[in-house]
Ligand binder design. Structure first.
Ligand code: DP6
Length: 347
């Protein structure tokens, strides 16, 4: 590419929520156990990268025009790894424009959507620079492999619907280094799963995921946790195949409780739940006992994801308005659902 030329690529990539949690990893972003997630739709990142050759400058110059953006440090670490794998970017200058669909500071993890969108742009640019165009399936598998190095959960955002990351004997072709799409094993009734994100607190996470993962190395329950994740995955796959919403829900809730129990019993002894998170979890359980088809999950923070089938939307929204909204910061609920995966942005 010569000095006057400017190439650009843009992608929208969704966030995902894990039903079987990735918690604990080994060197090289190898997960301690397989995880299963649903790709979201309304919570996404849109990123565009412009590359050019500028004399005596190279690397990431700015994010949204800002040279000292808070995300730059983590992005640069990942980019240094990427440069060694894809040296065609050596000597090039990158300018990044990016935005999240979810309101700023909602405490919703943006690293999965952020790193998957960034990686898709880089790989798209790599094929423009080298004129090597991979078949679609290989392109997304490579994007999953690559984005994992930025943030583990990002590798599950490359596909629509349900995705598994981590080697398991239950799924042919499953891998520790990229995720696989498992939608051909899912009952059609599960295709319309809804996720209402109940925003309890918009404060950034008090414990970084990377620190939480590393604490699992010395955790007294780590062996049992890995065994549990494998058996939960087997049960969740059966529930998804049979369209057994109740069974899937019971596993997902147990996974969320296990995740927080592991965090609380780690060396740091952190409590990432808010009293309002507990109240929401109890109210959801009570509503289920009263016949409403709902279950919850959480990631490593206080916000509660309320899951339900589309057929119950009207009654669940009513339940949220009457009983759950008072626990949400600024009454904020983000209504999301199973999504279609990443898409390229027009120029
Ligand atoms: C609790 O993917 O954020 O959300 O690989 O260190 O970037 P890094 O961690 P990250 O961990 C996500 C943990 C989780 C569970 C999950 O998404 O599976």
């Amino acid at each position: 590419m010569d000095e006057k030329e400017m190439l650009s690529a843009g992608w929208r990539s969704p966030s995902n929520i894990a039903l079987i949690k990735y918690w604990g990893k080994r060197e090289g972003q190898i997960p301690a156990n397989p995880s299963l997630s649903m790709t979201l739709s309304q919570a996404f990142t849109e990123t565009r990268i412009m590359v050019s050759r500028t004399p005596e400058m190279s690397g990431i110059m700015s994010i949204n025009g800002v040279k000292a953006h808070p995300f730059l440090l983590k992005l640069n670490l990942f980019y240094q790894w990427f440069l060694k794998e894809v040296p065609v970017f050596n000597g090039l200058t990158l300018q990044i424009q990016t935005r999240n669909s979810f309101p700023h500071s909602t405490g919703i993890a943006s690293s999965a959507s952020g790193f998957s969108a960034f990686t898709l742009c880089l790989l798209d640019l790599a094929s423009k620079l080298t004129q090597v165009h991979l078949p679609e399936e290989h392109f997304f598998q490579l994007a999953s492999y690559t984005s994992r190095m930025g943030s583990g959960s990002a590798c599950r955002s490359l596909y629509s619907g349900y995705t598994v990351w981590g080697r398991t004997t239950l799924i042919d072709g499953s891998s520790d280094v990229f995720s696989v799409d498992i939608n051909d094993r899912v009952n059609r009734t599960m295709e319309k799963l809804q996720d209402a994100i109940l925003v309890v607190s918009s404060k950034p996470k008090s414990v970084a995921s990377s620190l939480g993962h590393s604490r699992m190395n010395q955790h007294p329950f780590s062996g049992a946790r890995v065994d549990q994740a494998h058996s939960h995955l087997a049960e969740a796959l059966t529930a998804l195949k049979q369209g057994d919403f109740e069974h899937l829900g019971s596993i997902a809730e147990n996974e969320a409780l296990t995740l927080h129990a592991l965090i609380m019993t780690s060396r740091g002894g952190d409590i990432l739940l808010d009293p309002k998170s507990l109240l929401l979890m109890q109210r959801i359980k009570q509503a289920r006992a009263g016949g409403l088809p709902v279950f919850y999950t959480l990631d490593a923070g206080p916000n509660v994801h309320l899951m339900y089938p589309q057929s119950a939307s009207a009654s669940v929204r009513d339940f949220i308005q009457k009983e759950l909204i008072p626990c949400c910061e600024n009454n904020l609920v983000i209504y999301d659902h199973l999504g279609m995966g990443p898409q390229t942005l027009k120029n």
